[in-house]
Design a protein around this ligand. Structure first.
Ligand code: NAI
Length: 330
């Protein structure tokens, strides 16, 4: 059987090919899955997709008409899949729920440490022979309050890291988080925003969480606090964040994800004119740090993603129960 791998980068190919079982053929496309690129999956029983592939109802219907019966997400989030439409079409949809939660949590820490101590600016300065410290002043994180919004796999890992650094950790999550006893205290979102020096987002993008960071919630944050988003860009109203940065209400912003990232991230645009003015405005702030959705990008995570993707495919082919399935046919 054959699978079509969309949004495939050389590193995807490397790790998927290492884990690919005999009898499964993979065809790799750098293209993002959208209506125009559906025909690439001709002759394939399954598609393998990533965070910025589009699986809305028209795309799923077109895939189904081609003979595709399974969608293999090589990521945890599934906000880009219309599950209702997939259910109607009786598609198998499975994800990789937790490939390396620590990898993303460690990246959130890297963003906080970089932005707080300005190591990105220090690196550039020292290479130019400039050893001046002016403009590099940070804060000692020990003793500060870190608010974790969404204490699932990644949020819990982040909570443990910040607790280990001597921070007071608050978590806001509608679900119980027993694994954090002695590490973090539960708080309402409003209390967390009001008390935290650093707010780190780790909840999924849902209708209920879209733009959870908006003008009103930014006003409730401690003045000058840092906001970190390694989850999904849509959690943040970027226009509101820009206004809060301009007024100084928001002290710093570190993001690994961006609401309109699908046309920018994972590609080299260094010779292009970037037409996203909101993104370009963000890049003008000295207190904004952006990485291109690399939180997951460790060797361990890539191996796990590949192994679990093919384990999910095996469940689909054998009709056996799949713990990672979001939808199973029938
Ligand atoms: P998870 O499912 O283990 O945890 C999510 C948690 O968010 C759950 O405990 C849930 O109860 C909570 N939650 C739901 N609604 C909430 C709300 N309104 N307020 C606060 N908490 C809420 O998911 P996991 O593995 O921790 O991943 C979290 C997110 O991280 C994913 O949804 C994905 O968007 C993102 N992610 C980013 C990566 C990157 O490379 N930057 C890689 C992997 C995931």
């Amino acid at each position: 059987m054959k699978i079509a791998v969309y949004s495939a980068q050389p590193y995807d190919r490397r790790f998927l090919d290492e884990a690919r079982p005999n009898g499964v053929e993979a065809v790799y496309f750098s293209d993002r899955l959208e209506l125009d690129t559906v025909p690439l999956a001709q002759g394939c029983t399954a598609v393998c997709v990533f965070v910025n592939d589009l699986l809305d109802a028209p795309v799923l219907e077109a895939l189904h008409a081609l003979g595709v019966r399974a969608v293999l997400l090589r990521c945890a989030g599934f906000n880009n899949v219309d599950l209702q439409a997939a259910g109607r079409l009786k598609l198998f949809v499975a994800r990789v729920p937790a490939y390396a939660p620590e990898a993303v949590a460690e990246h959130a820490l890297a963003l906080v440490m970089t932005l707080n101590r300005r190591t990105h600016r220090a690196y550039a300065r020292v290479r130019e022979g400039n050893f001046a410290l002016d403009g590099l002043l940070g804060m000692t994180l020990h003793g500060k309050t870190v608010g974790i919004v969404g204490a699932g796999q990644i949020g819990a890992a982040a909570a443990r890291i910040f607790h280990g650094m001597g921070c007071k950790v608050l978590v806001s999550d509608p679900a119980p988080t027993p694994q954090l006893e002695g590490v973090a205290e539960r708080a309402s979102l409003d209390a967390l925003l009001a008390q935290s020096d650093v707010v780190s987002l780790h909840c999924p993008l849902l209708d209920a969480t879209r733009h959870m960071i908006n003008t009103a919630s930014l006003t409730r944050m401690k003045r000058g606090a840092m906001l970190v988003n390694t989850s999904r860009g849509g959690l943040i109203d970027t226009a509101a964040v820009i206004e809060a940065l301009k007024s100084g209400q928001l002290g710093a912003l570190a993001i690994d994800v961006y609401e309109q990232e699908s046309t920018l991230f994972f590609q080299d645009h260094s010779s292009d004119i970037i037409t996203d003015d909101v993104f370009q405005r963000l890049m003008t702030f000295p207190n904004v740090l952006v990485t291109g959705h690399q939180g997951f990008f460790t060797m361990e995570a890539m191996r796990e993603i590949a192994a679990v993707t093919f384990a999910n495919l095996a469940c689909f082919l054998q009709g056996s129960p799949c713990a990672n399935a979001l939808l199973t046919p029938g």
